[in-house]
Ligand binder design. Structure first.
Ligand SMILES: *[C@@H]1O[C@H](CO)[C@@H](O)[C@H](O)[C@H]1NC(C)=O
Ligand SMILES: *[C@@H]1O[C@H](CO)[C@@H](O)[C@H](O)[C@H]1NC(C)=O
Ligand SMILES: *[C@@H]1O[C@H](CO)[C@@H](O)[C@H](O)[C@H]1NC(C)=O
Length: 281
C-alpha cells in the first residue's frame, strides 16, 4: 500500500512538472514580440496558405505536371579556357558511338548545317580536317568555328536526377561536354530559322554538342543545340540555353548560369535539364 502511494505521488509529480514546463514554453513562445502564434494557431488559415492539423502547410495549393526526367549539373572548378583537347575530344565521340574520324566528320557537318540554317550563316570555309582540329574564321572572320571539349578543370558533374516518381543523388559523376561551337569575334546581324538579331560582344557563343555521363553503369548521351546564343552578362556571368535530344528521354530543354570570377577564374555553374512528358499519339 505504501509502495502504491509513493508510486502515485511520483507519477503526479512527473505530470505536474511536465505541465509547468509546457505552459512555460507556451508563454515564452507567445510572448515573443512580433510573433502572434500559439500552438492553437496551427489550425487556423495562415496568410500564405492553408495550415493542416498535422502542422504541414500546403503553400501553393496547386498541382504541377511532373517531368518525365530532370538532371542537375554543377561546375565549381577553374576556367582555363583550354577547350581543344583532341585526345579527349576523340574519346568523347567514341563514347557517343562515333568510332571513326569519318563518323565524327559526318556529325560535324550536321553542326555546320545547323549553324547555317538556324542562324543564317555561311560556313563554307570549314573543311573536313577542321572538325577534329580546326579553328576556322568564318563570315569574313567575324566568327570562329571550332571543335571543343569542356576542360576537366571545370569539375563539370551530375549531382542529381528525378523521374516521375522519385529522385536520385549522385556523387561526382563527371559530365563530358563536347562538340562544335561558334564564337563571335566581331558583331554581326543574322537572320536564321531559329534566331534573327545581333550576335554581339563580348563572349557570345552558339553550340551543337553532346553531354555524356555514366551513372550506375548506365551511359547517357544527350545531344544539345543552342536555340538562342549563349551571352555574357556583366563581364562575369554567362547565360546558356539549349534544346535537348535523347533517345532515352525524348526532347527537353536546359538553361544554366555560369559565373567566372574575373581574377581567380574560379568557375561556378548550375544547370537544370528538363524532359517533359512525351506526347503519346
Ligand atoms: C583521326 O584524326 C586524328 C586527329 O586528327 C588523327 O590523329 C588520327 O590519326 C585519325 N585517325 C585515323 C584512323 O585516320
Ligand atoms: C573564306 O576564306 C577566305 C580565305 O581565308 C577568305 O578570304 C573569305 O573571306 C572566307 N569566306 C568567308 C565566308 O568567311
Ligand atoms: C529574315 O528572313 C525572312 C525570310 O527570308 C524575311 O521574311 C525576314 O524579313 C528577314 N528578317 C530580317 C530582320 O531581315
Amino acid at each position: 500500500m505504501l509502495k502504491m502511494v509513493m508510486l502515485l505521488s511520483q507519477v503526479t509529480f512527473v505530470i505536474m512538472v511536465s505541465l509547468v514546463l509546457w505552459s512555460g514554453g507556451r508563454a515564452r513562445r507567445g510572448g515573443r514580440r512580433g510573433h502572434h502564434y500559439s500552438s492553437r494557431s496551427r489550425y487556423r488559415p495562415g496568410s500564405f496558405g492553408v495550415w493542416h492539423p498535422s502542422g504541414q502547410c500546403d503553400v501553393s495549393q496547386q498541382s504541377y505536371e511532373v517531368y518525365d526526367h530532370t538532371f542537375v549539373f554543377i561546375m565549381d572548378g577553374k576556367h582555363t579556357g583550354e577547350e581543344l583537347d583532341p585526345v579527349r575530344f576523340l574519346n568523347h565521340h567514341r563514347c557517343a558511338g562515333r568510332l571513326t574520324n569519318e563518323s565524327i566528320i559526318e556529325e560535324g557537318k550536321k553542326a555546320v548545317q545547323f549553324f547555317e540554317e538556324g542562324y543564317g550563316l555561311d560556313l563554307s570555309n570549314v573543311t573536313d580536317s577542321d572538325f577534329i582540329n580546326g579553328q576556322v574564321p568564318v563570315e569574313g572572320g567575324r566568327l570562329i568555328f571550332k571543335p571543343f571539349i569542356v576542360d576537366l578543370s571545370d569539375n563539370y558533374r551530375l549531382i542529381s536526377e528525378t523521374d516521375r516518381y522519385s529522385g536520385k543523388l549522385h556523387k561526382d559523376v563527371p559530365v563530358s561536354d563536347a562538340g562544335w561551337m561558334l564564337s563571335v569575334e566581331e558583331p554581326l546581324d543574322v537572320n536564321g530559322t531559329l534566331f534573327t538579331g545581333r550576335l554581339g560582344l563580348p563572349d557570345t557563343f552558339i553550340f551543337y554538342a553532346d553531354y555524356i555521363f555514366q551513372a550506375h553503369f548506365r551511359k547517357t548521351i544527350i545531344h544539345y543545340e543552342s536555340r538562342y546564343p549563349s551571352v555574357d552578362i556583366g563581364g562575369r556571368f554567362q547565360f546558356f540555353e539549349a534544346a535537348l535530344f535523347s533517345d532515352e528521354y525524348g526532347e527537353g530543354y536546359t538553361t544554366s548560369i555560369f559565373e567566372v570570377e574575373p581574377v581567380t577564374r574560379n568557375k561556378q555553374g548550375r544547370e537544370v535539364l528538363t524532359f517533359p512528358k512525351r506526347k503519346t499519339n
